[in-house]
Design a protein around this ligand. Structure first.
Ligand code: SF4
Length: 419
């Protein structure tokens, strides 16, 4: 990988009414022409993503959206995509013009508040329309603390605008982004070893490892520990050759049963997907969701959500294997619906369970938004690693390194059994 993955970048959404200059502002910040800019309203047809390094913040990604007041032919589609951005944005930048404030801006503030997002107001076009003091007071009254007047076309002030904007981003950067939960570093001693089991089968991408494996290797090295990577067939032999056992063994969920069978009692083990349930979302909620599999009945509808929109293979994990393992475990038929990429149903109430992939391609905010949607609809949610481990009877073993999640699973399982 040559660049920091999108999922690890601070997501900054740009909102505003059509033609307020969102794309020009983005061009000024980046110092490049990356979005289509035109005086014709509604030129930004899709959410335009722009990744850049914004020091001292680090890697960020701007999400340049269509105007929420768009009235052109493609308006519905554009506005739906723009609205979806609130689910993954971590900071909202609202562009406006002095004296121009209406329902479009109020809608953006309301959606930002619904999603608990900090807002920076950028008053654009000050070269044409000077900032009025009562406009600034009105923004303060709307609860906006960070207000930055700019002219996106005035390059002589670019450094000043950039400095003010970066300071505002630093001031309102969410704690969860600055200090996310650990991936694996807290489970390995400095100088210790993590052993990774990585199946190399037909589904493995050519010439590389996948993101969860790469991130786990990097996090282990960041913890001053070492990594041993093996395929599942070599695992038992390699383990027997070590003088000192590894601190933890981590496997792909698809080989979890074999990994547990080959791992001596007392040696910590888990799956990549379970590690990611903590980094990306809420591990305890996902563990509770796994307990709900025990209550699935014949004919229930289950949603499989996969963050990648890859071409499905013949023995696809989400479309084939997980439905098969669930049907085998439940001993009855279930209806399975698969949503991939950013497609995700607005209403989850018709499902009895959501099974989400590890979500390594999404930022933490987006997975938390999906968890929130499931909780609001009163639908249990779990992830691939927990679901597979549960159906294969090894979930408690692979949750053992995470006592709080193991307790949450057991409490929920006992509660459901008592119903
Ligand atoms: S399917 Fe999910 S967990 Fe797997 S690589 Fe894609 S985003 Fe990551």
């Amino acid at each position: 990988m040559e660049k920091t993955p999108k999922s690890m970048r601070l997501h900054i959404a740009l909102f505003g009414r059509t033609n307020v200059g969102k794309s020009s502002f983005l061009n000024m910040i980046s110092g490049q022409d990356i979005a289509i800019t035109s005086p014709i309203p509604g030129t930004t047809t899709d959410v335009v993503e722009k990744s850049m390094e914004l020091l001292p913040l680090g890697p960020v990604m701007f999400l340049d959206t269509a105007g929420l007041d768009d009235t052109t032919v493609l308006a519905d589609q554009r506005i739906r995509k723009s609205t979806g951005v609130f689910k993954r944005a971590e900071i909202v930048t609202l562009l406006c013009e002095s004296g121009i404030w209406g329902q479009a801006e109020k809608n953006i503030l309301a959606k930002a508040a619904d999603n608990k997002l900090p807002v920076i107001a950028v008053i654009n076009k000050i070269d044409k329309n000077a900032v009025a003091a009562d406009f600034v007071s009105m923004l303060h009254n709307e609860g906006i603390k960070h207000i930055i007047p700019v002219s996106s076309v005035d390059n002589s002030k670019r450094e000043q605008y950039l400095t003010e904007f970066k300071q505002a981003l630093i001031d309102c950067c969410p704690e969860d982004f600055i200090q996310p939960p650990p991936l694996v570093g807290d489970l390995i001693r400095s100088g210790g070893v993590a052993m990774l089991i990585v199946p190399i089968d037909l589904q493995a991408p050519k010439g590389r490892l996948i993101l969860p494996q790469v991130q786990t290797i990097r996090d282990t090295l960041d913890s001053d520990a070492s990594v041993i990577v093996v395929k599942e067939r070599e695992y038992a032999y390699m383990l027997s050759q070590l003088k000192t056992p590894p601190d933890i063994v981590i496997c792909d969920s698809q080989v979890v049963m074999k990994m547990v069978a080959d791992t001596p009692p007392g040696l910590a083990c888990t799956t990549f997907s379970i590690l990611f349930s903590r980094l990306k979302g809420d591990m305890r909620i996902m563990a509770e969701g796994a307990a709900a599999i025990g209550n699935i009945k014949n004919g229930d509808k289950i949603l499989i959500a996969e963050a990648c929109s890859h071409h499905p293979s013949a023995d696809d994990i989400g479309r084939v294997k997980i439905p098969r393992w669930l049907r085998q475990y439940i001993g009855a038929d279930i209806e399975v619906e698969v949503y991939a990429g950013r497609d995700y149903p607005e209403n989850l109430a018709e499902y009895s369970l959501v099974v989400h992939c590890g979500g390594c391609m999404f930022n933490r905010k987006e997975i938390l938004s999906r968890i929130h949607m499931a909780r609001t609809a009163n639908v249990p949610i779990t992830n691939y690693g927990m679901c597979i481990s549960f159906t294969q009877g090894v979930l408690e073993r692979v949750l053992t390194p995470f006592p709080a999640a193991l307790d949450a699973f057991r409490s929920e399982r006992d509660r459901l059994a008592g119903q």
